[in-house]
Design a protein around this ligand. Sequence first.
Ligand code: RIB
Length: 303
Amino acid sequence: MSVFVLGSINLDAVARVDDLPRPGETVAGLSLELFPGGKGANQAVAAARLGAPTRLMGAVGKEDAGPGLKTKLSEYGVQVGDVLELPSVPTGQAHVWVASSGENMIVVTSGANAAITPQHVAATSLDGQRILLSQLESPAHAIETLFRAGAAKGALRMLNAAPALPQGAALFPLTDILILNQTELATYAKLDQEPVRLEEVSRASRKLMSRPDQVVIVTLGAAGVACIRRDEAFLIEGRKVKALDTTGAGDCFCGALAACLSINMDLREAVEMANAAAALSVQKSGAAPSMPSKREVEAFLEG
Ligand code: RIB
């Protein structure tokens, strides 16, 4: 069964620094590399690397890095037939700073990603798509069209509501599995502080649910992943690894989870597998290039 991702495709310019700059500060970069990225592309690569047939819908510029990014994504196993190449529009770009601690800061300019419309989505066949996965680097109205069409076809709709945007909340009632990090959860649930303990995460997550069959999954960094559904809340412990670059770790989790659920894996088992995939991804540089294969994840879980 396959995964359909509607999402962003960016060229990531990744500068390594010792420490992230503070406002007004200039710091020396240690290196600068270009990688394929974008939350949609990263999640599609993660799903494809975990073995799910995966289609990506998005848009890139025609005259710059766009066509090359499409080629790279298809080399990772992603089906890119629904990726538009638009003239006179720049491909999305992300300026990523990665500190020696593995922490990062990212600024995204959306470019062609903003050009996807509900009409583009409505013109695409969703036949045979078991899982629909999106994030908020694509226009919310296009995601809404996708999720409404998916509901009619009985697909499972997964939303990674990142980055946290006001328009994202309107999509929650159309979502079956909502995935957030602690910061995003605090923003959407209007909390002054990020929730830490499972009880706090669970209480905040339930504020975002409007249907009893919804699931909220909250990634807690090194602390693991919390899953909240109608009658239970459980925590999957984080895996201790040395992080080289955390860029795209959340995307790895989302794409891997989608791939596991596309083969009807039990939710707890799927979260464990996605958690392991994300732990592997932070040990390599770059977002899309750091997504592990199914074999690597299975070996890590066995080891
Ligand atoms: O989640 C990481 C991604 O966010 C990066 O690849 C960057 O392109 C931004 O979209």
